[in-house]
Design a protein around this ligand. Structure first.
Ligand code: FES
Length: 106
């Protein structure tokens, strides 16, 4: 299990124990964290699972695949540190990661 902290746009924090091998979107939805809608169920086709990742964690994440990049390009609230949480696998390396959800997802 890996501790992940999801932070809503208003600052409300949700700490969850995520199972390694699942992804961050599943970690949120399995724990009823508001702000991760995941309309497409993890197919990298909706961008309603977007998170902002602090710079210090970026290097620990897998690089974006083309499809994730394309989805984020169409996302109004995307920033340079945006990722789709369904594309990030949970592992020990992410212990304690803190990610934020955009105001559009609540
Ligand atoms: Fe749809 Fe991540 S759940 S893009």
């Amino acid at each position: 299990m890996t501790k992940v902290i999801f932070i809503e746009h208003d600052g409300t924090e949700h700490e969850v124990d995520a199972e390694n091998g699942t992804n961050l979107m599943e970690a949120a939805t399995n724990n009823l964290v508001p702000g991760i809608d995941a309309d497409c169920g993890g197919a990298c086709a909706c961008a309603t699972c977007m998170i902002y990742v602090p710079d210090e964690w970026t290097a620990k994440l897998p690089p974006k695949e083309d499809m994730e990049e394309t989805m984020l390009d169409f996302c109004e609230h995307a920033e340079s540190n945006s990722r789709l949480s369904c594309q990030i696998q949970v592992s020990d390396e992410l212990e304690g990661i803190r990610v934020t959800m955009p105001v559009s997802q609540h």
